[in-house]
Design a protein around this ligand. Structure first.
Ligand SMILES: Nc1ncnc2c1ncn2[C@@H]1O[C@H](COP(=O)(O)OP(=O)(O)O)[C@@H](O)[C@H]1O
Ligand SMILES: [Mg+2]
Length: 265
């Protein structure tokens, strides 16, 4: 390494791409231990069997996820999020991803309804946490704590931490959405290990957006999430915009008219 070491600006096209997933790209960050998370407009479902490009989705998810992660950070829920850099990108801490999709459910929908024959929309007696092994080739199969510890994907202590954090995220998100007339049916989150010297902390990673949540309008039951795409309902971008608008993220043009010179007749 050259000394003195000066951080350099890396132009977009020179950045080292670490990983390209279905919805996001990870680039090397400006400092060691950081990454840049870039939100694409791609929408995929059923493990990539269905694909489309929805112009502007990435921008909305970037903003919605920033909003949620900032508030979680402020509440003391440890997350990978550092700051939003631009319309599509955010600076995050690089973590060692635990290969689990952690799903929290409040209301029955999707695969839970299909598998157990519980009608969609049934309020669950309590929140339920499920684990899926994050592996596209295997279609993200559902696994139990026994599988997770036996195969070494996470320790019993890791699982305790993950579950405690998942419940805190659920409590926060449920209240946040309830306050803007949205029912949080379920959501998927991911966690990673953050090493600080010899110390390891489990932190919330990836994203929280209408791509990863089921959000139903409280009064009409309208779906405001990726199910619009999965089920060919149309209006996906409008639904995501509506979520952003209700959270106060988008300027909705319906506010007071801008002040400025007025025409005098
Ligand atoms: N802080 C982080 N450090 C390292 N990897 C991360 C971090 N946050 C998210 N990831 C990983 O980056 C990828 C994000 O891209 P995405 O398009 O969602 O991928 P996928 O198609 O695997 O779901 C995911 O695989 C996720 O596990
Ligand atoms: Mg993903």
């Amino acid at each position: 390494m050259d000394f003195p070491f000066t951080p350099r600006y890396i132009p977009m096209n020179r950045r080292r791409r670490i990983y390209e997933g279905k919805a996001k790209i990870l680039y090397e960050g400006p400092e060691p231990g950081t990454l840049i998370q870039h939100f694409k407009d791609d929408a995929t479902a059923f493990n990539n069997k269905k694909h489309a490009v929805i112009d502007g989705k990435g921008v909305l998810n970037n903003r919605i996820s920033e909003f949620v992660f900032n508030q979680l950070n402020a509440l003391g829920v440890p997350t990978h999020f550092i700051k939003r850099l631009n319309m599509r990108e955010q600076l995050i801490r690089e973590v060692e991803i635990i290969p689990l999709e952690v799903v929290v459910r409040n209301v029955s929908a999707g695969s839970l309804s299909t598998r157990l024959g519980i009608p969609e929309g049934t309020q669950l007696p309590r929140s339920i946490i499920e684990f899926y092994y994050k592996n596209d080739e295997l279609n993200d199969p559902m696994v139990s704590e026994e599988h997770i510890t036996a195969f070494g994907w996470a320790s019993p202590q890791d699982i305790d931490d993950v579950m405690a954090l998942a419940i805190r995220v659920n409590d926060f998100l449920s209240g946040l959405f309830l306050g803007v007339g949205i029912r949080l049916v379920d959501f998927k989150i991911e966690f990673g290990r953050l090493w600080e010297g010899d110390m390891m902390r489990i932190v919330l990673a990836d994203e929280i957006s209408p791509d990863s949540c089921r959000l139903w309008d409280q009064s009409t039951g309208d779906k405001l999430d990726k199910d619009r795409f999965r089920r060919d309902l149309g209006g996906m971008l409008e639904a995501y915009q509506e979520v952003a608008r209700r959270l106060g993220i988008l300027n909705d043009n319906s506010g007071p008219a801008p002040t400025g010179p007025t025409l005098v007749q």
